[in-house]
Ligand binder design. Structure first.
Ligand code: XMP
Length: 528
């Protein structure tokens, strides 16, 4: 039986971040195993670390070298907490260095697959193997990415894994439940990785698995009710996954105390506004006010062609329209937002100056202070995949939950240069055809983001009626995990052919269709 919902945070793990690109992946693996976890920087204060009340610690990898003076080190408070610890890669090296072992720079940087032999029958790796060799030793296929290596164990430790090149590829002091691995169990290339995390969390730490979609919903509902009481809550609904899930969740928690404002800025996708109204107002019975502000947006965007200036106009207008509408509703006490956990981590990073800005992404972050309302953020602890899972559990349509991401300024950044109603209408239709054909061909799910872009350059074409001199549509489809880097999707020629024919034939005023074959970097995903 699952423990009561009030317990879903009780079994908690703290992931200490040393700057690895895989840190969030570790957290997602832990959550998938039903255990709540948070990521904190390695240099968090001792008070912060202890106040968290972790039942186990995971130390991430990181780009630095413990052989350099002043490099990040595992805090004393963690070593002395008396809870199980799992160090990964850099996490292993800092454990070794801090506990009296020795780490040396490796002669070669080991990156990629390695075959590891499990040793010493440790509680972490015992009976976890991909295959067994002739002598009966368990072997694992793992993913390595490191330069330095541990060459001398700290006192009390034994070797629990080794490779041909790296004799100490894992170590443990089982009396203190401290384990460390040189390889990365969180990446899927380490085939038994999830079993290793499972063993650490459920076996070594003895944690349950209360962190499930159903329990997360029950817990969020309880917490929202406790926070809001009989107060009234306002939500800016955009039709994107996060705000949609917040709407469904809050509606379940507080029913009519929730009012959603949906600003239709005229830069949405084909029939998107109607779908939002259909799902929320008609099917779920959520109170949604749709504001048709397209004319106002087109009006203020007239003559503006700089991408950043356009973003600013759209962001400012969005806030103005939203505030005006909110002003008409009496006695609102709370503003709900679809902030998710990666936003929380990112804004913490931004405060320390680690993040850096390529485009000013539009959001409604400035609203709560201006409107003097308390925030309700029921998704603050969740990763995107968890948000999707609870969205489905709450009964939202799968195509809404699995929709490609859409930027806040909408088609405004996909119409190059000046935004006009005519360009928006043209683009909407071309984009719709592209997406429809991608879905038909089974490519929508294989791409992370796909869309059409309106290019205001005129190109010459020839059709039955004679010469055309009209704008161009570019198609863009990318595959990516984190949207920081992306590969252009190698769509089949036949599919591109169908899209091109349909767009030129069915969308008035387009002379030509091109496909964008640029990765990120050097290009960004959006054209502006
Ligand atoms: P770029 O173009 O920076 O896009 O490679 C990366 C991801 O961010 C989305 N994007 C935005 N999202 N407001 C948003 O909310 C914006 O101004 C914005 N610009 C880009 C883009 O769609 C992609 O998923």
């Amino acid at each position: 039986m699952q423990p009561s919902t009030s317990d879903i945070h009780a079994d908690r793990v703290l992931i200490l971040d040393f700057g690895s690109q895989y840190t969030q992946l570790i957290a997602r693996r832990v959550r998938e195993l039903g255990v709540y976890c948070e990521i904190h920087p390695w240099d968090a204060s001792e008070d912060e670390l202890l106040a968290f009340g972790a039942r186990g610690y995971i130390l991430s990898g990181g780009p630095e070298s413990v052989t350099q003076s002043g490099s990040p080190a595992v805090p004393r408070a963690v070593l002395e907490a008396g809870k199980p610890i799992l160090g990964i890669c850099y996490g292993m090296q800092t454990l070794a260095a801090s506990l009296g072992g020795r780490v040396e720079p490796g002669e070669v940087h080991e990156f990629g697959y390695a075959e590891v032999r499990a040793r010493g029958h440790s509680a972490l790796l015992k009976d976890i193997e991909d295959r067994v060799n002739a002598e009966g030793h368990g072997l694992l296929d793992v993913w390595m990415s490191h330069g330095d290596r541990v060459v001398e164990l700290p006192a009390g430790f034994k070797v629990i894994a080794s490779t041909g090149d790296v004799p100490i590829a894992g170590m443990a002091d089982e009396s203190r439940a401290i384990y460390a691995l040189q390889f990365h169990p969180e990446v899927t290339h380490t085939r038994q990785g999830q079993r290793i995390y499972e063993r650490f969390l459920h076996g070594v730490c003895g944690l349950g698995s209360a962190w499930t979609a159903g329990n997360i919903i029950d817990d969020a509902i309880e917490r929202v009710r406790a926070q809001v009481g009989t107060g009234r809550v306002l939500l800016g609904l955009s039709g994107g996954v996060d705000s949609s899930v917040v709407a469904a969740l809050l509606h379940r928690a507080i029913g009519d105390q929730l009012t959603c404002v949906f600003v239709d800025h005229g830069l949405l996708r084909h029939q998107e506004g109607d779908q939002v109204m259909q799902v929320f107002a008609m099917n779920l019975g959520v109170k949604v006010i749709r504001v048709n502000a397209a004319d106002r947006f087109y009006g203020e965007l007239a003559g503006v062609d700089d991408p950043e200036a356009k973003r600013k106009v759209i962001g400012r207008l969005f806030i103005e329209v939203f505030e005006e509408e909110a002003g008409r509703i009496q006695n609102v006490d709370f503003l709900a937002q679809g902030t998710i956990y990666p936003d929380v981590i990112e804004s913490a990073g931004a405060k320390t100056g680690k993040a850096h800005v390529i485009k000013s992404h539009h959001n409604v972050g400035g609203l709560p202070e201006r409107m003097r309302m308390q925030l309700v953020e029921p998704l603050r602890e969740l990763f995107k995949d968890e948000v999707r899972r609870i969205g489905l559990e709450l009964g939202l349509p799968a195509d809404m939950i699995h929709r490609h991401p859409f930027p806040g300024p909408g088609l405004g950044v996909r119409i190059l240069g000046e935004v006009t109603r005519q360009a928006a209408d043209t683009l909407r239709l071309a984009d719709h055809i592209f997406i429809e054909e991608l879905r038909r061909a089974g490519w929508y799910e294989k791409t992370s983001q796909a869309f059409a872009v309106f290019l205001p350059v005129k190109s010459v074409g020839v059709t039955g009626d004679g010469r055309r001199h009209e704008p161009v549509i570019a198609l863009r489809a990318v595959e990516t995990i984190d949207f920081m880097t992306a590969r252009w999707a190698h769509l089949p020629y036949e599919l591109l052919d169908v899209c091109s024919r349909r767009i030129v034939n069915e969308v008035k005023g387009i002379s030509r269709v091109v496909y964008d074959v640029t990765g990120k970097p050097p290009a960004t995903i959006e054209w502006e």
